[in-house]
Design a protein around this ligand. Structure first.
Ligand code: ACO
Length: 425
């Protein structure tokens, strides 16, 4: 197939088609408006390809997720977050020496200007850490106005990811009253350093448990990219106006925050806690979810693309069992989550709509086991997603994309006169 025909008001239009590397077919409508005067309408973009991309492949029917061709199961089992970040941004796994220099660059570029430390301190004590992360990400552009990813991509990436980790850790420390950030340890991984920067108490030696370090590394990897989701599309949208890299990432952080996207991990935990507080009656909660009038959703369930299973959820559920098992933690919320999943998988409401656990159904329970507070969960997701956003930002810039500017079908008033205030009834 290499073209499609559209008949509109008796006229025929030939539209070129293209086929992706994995056989997916797209109809190229780039010239449709010019030739026919018509646009397409696709609220929520469920049928719209916004770009060509060589970064991540998702097959929602088969439950496949690959970064640069490598399956998520392999990467989460064998690779480090630093390797995966390099893979996403540069397209290939790093050599040993490149990996070493990328890891040291991340550790060497985590310092925050003292004014930013003061700003973080000035936010309300219970201010949401996603608000702090978004604001501070945008603020980085004011302290590093000369950061030039075209001249030194690796330096800018290291500074951005390293400082994002410090901003996240400092907002956690502020919440817990733990004082200033401790020194980073350049000999350990990004995951170990995040745990260190967050949890180390002043004057005390801190060594994160290997179980937690490994679990966090895996969590960051499974969240690292997911093609054209809401936050990544936002990064591309903002980046397409040639806004600076920090502003583009701040846009992504805001897009991620909502409970229908990255904020689902916080919403899942709050839902489990609420069920627990109400006596642990899962059936009652599920009745509420199925009552469309209630507006209640089963958080951590369902996905726009995955209609069979989310491979990240499978990895996450296993990690959850392993981490809690190895740390000897018995979390009653895990029992509630398991019960909800079982009820949903046997219930026609969910089966018919192809609703399965997504990546965030179990992730919160692992974060909880790490001692990370609920309102920090989405920040953890953002740290993991940063290399994905950066990879998409780079891809967009490399291809010299046009500014993103969708059209609309206007549904408002037709032309009418202005009425002076004195004449309005
Ligand atoms: N609980 C109950 N019903 C649901 C759920 C859910 N979690 N998700 C979808 N449905 C129902 C909808 O009510 C709708 O039913 P209908 O056909 O009778 O009207 C049908 O399933 C399709 O739902 P849509 O909202 O059209 O699906 P969409 O693809 O737009 O949304 C989304 C996907 C946002 C993930 C949705 O499934 C949801 O809200 N899930 C809960 C929030 C969540 O976990 N988000 C995290 C996603 S993963 C991530 O972003 C990292």
């Amino acid at each position: 197939m290499n073209s499609a025909r559209l008949t509109l008001n008796g006229n025929e239009f030939e539209l070129p088609t293209l086929v992706g590397e994995e056989g997916e077919v797209g109809i190229d409508i780039a010239k449709l408006r010019g030739s026919s005067g018509a646009i397409t309408l696709d609220p929520g973009y469920g049928n719209t390809g916004s770009c060509r991309s060589a970064i991540t492949f998702v097959d929602g029917e088969k439950g496949i997720l690959r970064y640069r061709g490598i399956a998520i199961d392999e990467l989460s089992a064998d690779a480090s977050f630093e390797e995966v970040s390099h893979l996403l941004i540069h397209g290939e796994l790093p050599t040993e020496s490149t990996l070493k220099s990328f890891t040291s660059a991340l550790a060497a570029n985590n310092d925050l200007p003292k004014e930013m430390v003061t700003m973080i301190d000035a936010f309300p004590k219970d201010g949401h850490p996603m608000g702090i992360l978004a604001a501070m990400m945008a603020a980085l552009s004011t302290f590093y106005p000369d950061a030039d990813p075209d001249a030194d991509l690796d330096g800018v990436v290291a500074g951005l990811m390293g400082r994002a980790m410090s901003i996240a850790a400092l907002s956690y420390r502020k919440q817990k009253g733990l004082g200033p950030l401790p020194e980073i340890d350049p000999s350990v991984s990004y995951a170990a350093n995040f745990l260190r920067l967050s949890h180390a108490e002043s004057g005390k030696e801190y060594k994160p448990s290997k179980v937690l370090e490994h679990a966090l590394d895996m969590l960051l990897i499974v969240h690292a990219d997911h093609e054209q989701n809401c936050s990544t599309s936002t990064v591309r949208m903002v980046g397409s106006s040639q806004a600076n890299i920090f502003a583009s990432m701040a846009g992504g952080i805001c897009g991620l925050w909502g409970p229908l996207h990255g904020g689902a991990n916080q919403a899942v935990l709050e839902m489990l806690e609420q069920i627990q507080a109400n006596g642990g009656d899962c059936t009652k909660h599920m009745e509420l979810v199925k009552d469309k009038e209630s507006g209640v959703r089963l958080m951590g369930f369902g996905h726009r693309v995955y209609k069979n299973f989310d491979p990240r959820a499978t990895i996450m559920k296993k990690a959850c069992d392993e981490v809690l098992g190895e740390l000897g933690i018995e979390d009653p919320l895990l029992d509630i989550a398991r019960k909800l999943e079982k009820i949903a998988l046997d219930d026609d409401f969910f089966v018919k709509r192809k609703l399965y656990p997504n990546v965030d159904f179990y992730s919160g329970i692992v974060y909880r086991a790490m001692g990370i507070p609920t309102d920090m969960f989405t920040v953890m997701f953002a740290l993991g997603r940063m290399p994905g956003w950066l990879a998409h930002w780079k891809e967009l810039r490399d291809e010299g994309s046009r500014i993103h500017r969708p059209r609309q079908i206007y549904t408002g008033y037709q032309a009418r006169p202005y009425v002076p205030v004195a004449d309005r009834g």
